[in-house]
Design a protein around this ligand. Structure first.
Ligand code: SAH
Length: 460
């Protein structure tokens, strides 16, 4: 470590900046945004009057101008750079001459600014572009509202310290806050709930209960490709104590779950209905009540034919804290992969998302899908393909309407079959095993597969 990082209080004194160019101006802007007091020694033609905390002085700085300075930044060029460096060093004031590492006793990092939470990234001045790249990576890791969480914690700190005297107790208390529902509420922008949750926890801690509060994340895992997980989903998976997953969640996605988390399969296996929704609900509530961080991991999005709505109701009823994390539903994942626009100007002005599974039992009313400008996306369509075909044709859709069956979309072995609506059963057979979606509508003609098949026909 060549430079030791510290955070300066910008109100403790003033910053002296020298120089006219872009480099000096960029530093002034940065300091200004941090609320620092700045004395900027610049030539009179630089066009800036006094701005907020910035005092612009149209002259060369003197040694006496360094009085009360907490840091000096120069981009003035020689000989002033060298002069300022000597003066500052003699007075033990940190000094930075832009792009002159040999004239720096401090350097400025790349900054991630989330309010109270600030991350500074430095490469000892060796590779600023690398520092910026690292900053981008950290940006994606940090929840957007982490600064708000820090502010709420800061607000409670003194009260907690008064009640919990032992450092160990306090540390445990804050760990529970950060890992539990209070932090989740703060990160979702619900400051009032976060406050209430901290208050409850503090009361329990006072009573010597020191309960760990469990939480359930109902997480959409997307259609299969692990790169389609949201950052929020990944974070919940990395934080989990226990994960309940079903048959749509691929092994590649499960690999992204925290290594030590317990994994419980609650899906359906071939010829077996699996654990059943009531039992799943019971076990999720039980795990959360035992203080665990539970992830209920579902294919696609939890609220699109995912029974996420029912689980939310159960959790509400049980008084268990929960968060719903959306996922890319298979219709969207498959459409993107197939390059099949679900809407298109003048060709498709509506998308109907339906399930084919119960089409036979519910005597579905297909008349709502008669409009030729509606793209119909049918989930659970593999076994119901002929019902979808018959229903749509009976409703008046042209039997020649373009149709696609997309099986195992976004997975390594994904397959798409395209053709006419009246050939839907054959297309389903062609696509092979599920999970699969049916898409019926004009825009299927725009998919990559359709265009490739047309090219083949022309060649033949
Ligand atoms: N909540 C899920 C849907 C669950 S219902 C979502 O939002 O995607 C299960 C149905 O989803 C399957 O029968 C199939 O129609 C569809 N499905 C899920 N993953 C799929 C995939 N990778 N490719 C095609 N269809 C998929």
């Amino acid at each position: 470590m060549r430079f030791f990082p510290i955070f300066l209080d910008p109100s403790a004194g003033s910053f002296v900046v020298a120089g006219n160019g872009e480099a000096a101006e960029a530093k002034v802007r940065l300091l200004e945004s941090a609320g620092a007091r700045v004395r900027w020694f610049a030539a009179p033609n630089n066009g800036h009057a006094t701005l907020g905390q910035v005092e612009v002085l149209a002259r060369t700085p003197l040694e006496s101008d360094l009085g009360g300075a907490i840091a000096v930044i120069s981009a003035a060029g020689d000989p002033l750079d060298g002069q300022l460096y000597e003066w500052a060093k003699a007075r033990s004031i940190p000094v930075n001459v832009v792009d002159r590492p040999e004239l720096c006793t401090f350097i400025t990092p790349a900054i991630i600014d989330r309010g109270e939470v600030v991350v500074a990234v430095g490469t000892s001045g060796s590779a600023p572009v690398l520092a910026r790249r690292i900053r981008e990576q950290i940006e994606t890791l940090l929840p957007a509202r982490i600064g708000e969480l820090a502010a709420i914690i800061g607000h409670w700190r003194a009260r907690v310290a008064k009640k919990l005297r032992a450092i160990r107790d306090r540390r445990r208390f804050w760990e529970q806050v950060i890992d539990g529902p209070a932090a989740q509420a703060a990160l979702s922008g619900k400051a009032i709930e976060a406050d209430a949750s901290i208050a409850t926890l503090l009361e329990q801690a006072n009573n010597g209960e020191a309960l760990r509060q469990g939480i359930v994340h109902i997480v959409g895992a997307g259609p299969g490709d692990p790169d389609l997980l949201t950052i929020k989903a990944l974070r919940a998976m990395q934080d989990a104590d226990i994960v309940f997953h079903d048959e749509l969640v691929t092994p590649e996605i499960l690999e992204r779950v925290r290594r030590d988390a317990e994994r419980v399969f609650v899906g359906k296996k071939r010829g077996d209905h699996g654990v059943g929704q009531d039992e799943i609900n019971r076990r999720i509530v039980e795990a959360a009540r035992a203080g665990q961080r539970v992830v209920r991991l579902k294919g696609g999005d939890p609220f699109v034919f995912g029974r996420g709505g029912e689980e939310v109701e159960v959790l509400r009823e049980a008084g268990v804290a929960y968060v719903v994390v959306p996922g890319i539903t298979s219709a969207l994942g498959c459409a993107a992969e197939a390059e099949l626009p679900l809407t298109f100007r003048n060709e498709s002005t509506r998308v109907a998302v339906i399930t084919a599974h119960r089409a036979d039992q519910s005597a579905a009313d297909w008349s709502g899908f008669a409009d030729p400008l509606t793209t119909v996306v049918a989930y659970m369509g593999l076994s119901g393909a002929s019902k979808v075909r018959d229903g749509l044709i009976a409703a008046g859709r042209d039997p020649a309407t373009p149709a696609a069956v997309i099986a195992r979309g976004t997975r390594k072995d994904s397959k798409i079959a395209v053709g006419r609506l009246d050939a839907l059963a054959a297309l389903a057979a062609q696509a092979g095993k599920g999970p699969a979606l049916i898409v019926v509508g004009q825009t299927v003609r725009r998919s990559a597969k359709w265009i490739a098949e047309l090219a083949k026909e022309h060649a033949a």
